[in-house]
Ligand binder design. Sequence first.
Ligand SMILES: Cc1cc2nc3c(=O)[nH]c(=O)nc-3n(C[C@H](O)[C@H](O)[C@H](O)COP(=O)(O)O)c2cc1C
Length: 463
Amino acid sequence: MKFIVLNGSPKGAVSVTMQYIHFLEKRFPEHSFEMIHVAQRIRKIEKDQKTFNEILDKISNADAVIWAFPLYVYLVHAHYKRFIELIFERNTMGVFAGKHAVIFSTSIKFYDITAHNYIHAVCDDLKMNMAGAYTADMPDLTKVKEQKRFTLFAEHIFQVINEKQPVQPRFSPLIKREFIYKPGVVNKPVSSMGKRVVLVSDALDEDKNLNGMIQRFQKSIAQDIRTINLHELSIKGSCRGCLHCGYDFECAYDGKDDYRQFWEEELETADIIVIAGTIRDRYLSSLWKCFFDRRFFHTHTPRLMGKQIVYLIAGPLSQIPNLRMILEAYMELEMANVVGFIVDEFGDSPDIDLWITKHAADAVQFSVEKYIKPVTFLGIAARKLFRDEIYGRLRMVFQADYREYKKLGLFDFPQKKIGLRLINGIAGILLRIPIIRKKFRGYMKTGMIMSHQRVLKTLFPEV
Ligand SMILES: Cc1cc2nc3c(=O)[nH]c(=O)nc-3n(C[C@H](O)[C@H](O)[C@H](O)COP(=O)(O)O)c2cc1C
């Protein structure tokens, strides 16, 4: 069979992901795997229609397409995202329809699920048949057990494609409502209470609803707020994956474009950040993705601690819970507080007016009160994963993270809690005695609320 491999690594052939494809080439010489480095060559693909058409011709003549990519900031690299946008913008979806697709990623398993959901949904939108998906941890290829697992996966997908087995889609098509939002007059703008508000958007003139929402937010605050359009910033390109940043947060683009200055002088000094974007396919624009990828110069260290975040999103966000999860998880890891999301998919213009103004007021109030809501599983799991990775196998490359994590007390391993370890050890021995175990089981429910009750009694002795 003939496979076209769409490589999502900005590093092209020098990519971890592509080593797995070489493994397939060597293990299954009866099949061919042609790699196209779409993320690395996106400028040419975008500018030169002939190059784009050549890729489509190859896809047309192939038995299946392998979407092979590294995870980049909860998703795929911005350039890969741009390639997907081009498919839809140039109305070339027909080339993919009815073809089998395979998803393959390498990563450190940080939100590989959201990237897979994204590509799977794109494949469903393209009416492709999903033969199978595989998420490899970066070094898996070096382990015999994982080589076997990967081989079995490959054999399985060959079978699905060869036998043209039926495949059910997983994601419903998006339904976009025809609605024009017209912001009304703000009767009572909210005082910013001296808080610095920065609104960042990627709005183009044609993004009518987004521009309306931005205008409404600006007018909801009595003072002028800083508004920045990403199209007006000099951003030379997306992250190259070179990892220069790992040692001391230096970026290969430093001094060459505006990004670092913008991030440090505008965003890190803000109290309230408004992120405004229109949904393009199943995410925001590739420009927004480039913004998130470039933030990686501060690698895995939180930089927006204590800031209030408001999202203004035009498009069917409620139909893409994956995107909402990414945007929430992102800010939880940054230790910022998501005040909320305002979308244009519900209500009429006066409703949206009220929601935006309410969120502006909430953002100011939370900022004054320094309110940060409790972190959810999204942030907790992410932090634990990075805690272990930065302490362990990633430390050599990400030394700047290691230093910052130490400073911030993020290496909060449970084994450091000597008291708890002692109690657990003693309890473990005592609970081997049947009579004690029986007693302990009897106290299970009341035991769980004992300390809470003690606190309540101390705080409210008179009640
Ligand atoms: C800017 C950047 C962002 C990344 N984001 C993620 C991520 O969100 N989740 C994850 O598990 N790994 C992430 N990684 C790790 C890469 O996915 C991983 O190293 C991958 O194997 C690289 O493959 P490649 O050499 O083919 O580009 C990121 C790496 C870089 C440089």
